[in-house]
Design a protein around this ligand. Sequence first.
Ligand SMILES: [Zn+2]
Length: 384
Amino acid sequence: MKFADVPGNRKSISKLIRSVEEGRIAHSQLFSGPEGSGSIILALAYASFLNCINKQKNEGNEDIPIDSCGECPSCRKIDKLEHPDLHFLFPVVKVEKKELSRDFFTEWREYIIKKNGIVSLNSWYNHIQVENKQGIISVKDISDIISRLNYKNYEAAVKVIIIWLAEKIQYAAAPKILKTLEEPADNTVFILVSENQNQILPTILSRVQITKTQRPNIQEAFSYLSDRHKDQEEQMLYDAIYYSEGNVSKALEYLSDKEDILYFGELFIRWMRTCFAMVATDIFDFSDEFQKLGREKQKYFFQFSAERFSKSFHIDSQIGNIHFYNQNDKVFFEKFSSYIQAEKFPILHEKLNEASFHIERNGNPKIIISDLSFDIGRILRKQQ
Ligand SMILES: [Zn+2]
């Protein structure tokens, strides 16, 4: 991975390059930005840059390196996730004898390469087929990585440890990692990646240097997608960007799993109609269907619904230039948006967050969705 492979984020990249040039590489860093902002690609590009032996130079100013070469032995090994001094921690679920990140490394490698580094928690859980469980980065996993720091670097100038989703570090594991973050081994850089910085323990946060990552804007997203999907029509790419609101990970999912997303789109419309009608038997039928989704998909559906609400709200307040990729959506949203006034928007979001929280805490999905459906029905019907 090179910096050129990162969608958008030019400012953060310049800042990282400058810090390397000036020899001020922080040993504990956090790349923090929403899903789809390409933090993992940035982390890999940075790891390549730190270790590349033939850095690309700035045209016109040969003293300034601007990217890794992508071709030297170090770059190639990092690209294939085969570098012995590149380590990863990521959320996993205990299955049979597997419980550490390293036990899932084959799957992880396959996943990162398949997704070109554009990852999401949902698609990772799908990949390891643990949709009904919650992954964590356990105390054991943290101890395992710390023990690996004792070995000398095999070949890299800088050993890089990437912790994908630092907010998933188990509470009890924090004390173990704090000391390491504060005084890491020589020639070692920790890169924590987070999508929810506010869920990271303050004691960890205070020990890392933070680089913010952002989703690319429409032009950046378009050029990123069109480079990788030359076979797709332009309209399809714009639909993907529209659907994903610039979240490249979702845009790519849209292009590859359009059917799944259309299913959730249809499910949302059906759910809203059920809520609005407030017929108990229909709500209970819906809750049966919801239960079958499994916890990760249930949470995903709430997140998806929150985005749909925000779209409706934007339509109602006529913010932006909404265009629809799907005729069913158009018909539904034109009418639906009149029920979502500004005052209702934060309440609906809060209800969805609460429900998602209860799903995460292993609440009963049928009860959660039924209660939520009645609540939403009442909110929708409320006259302003
Ligand atoms: Zn190189």
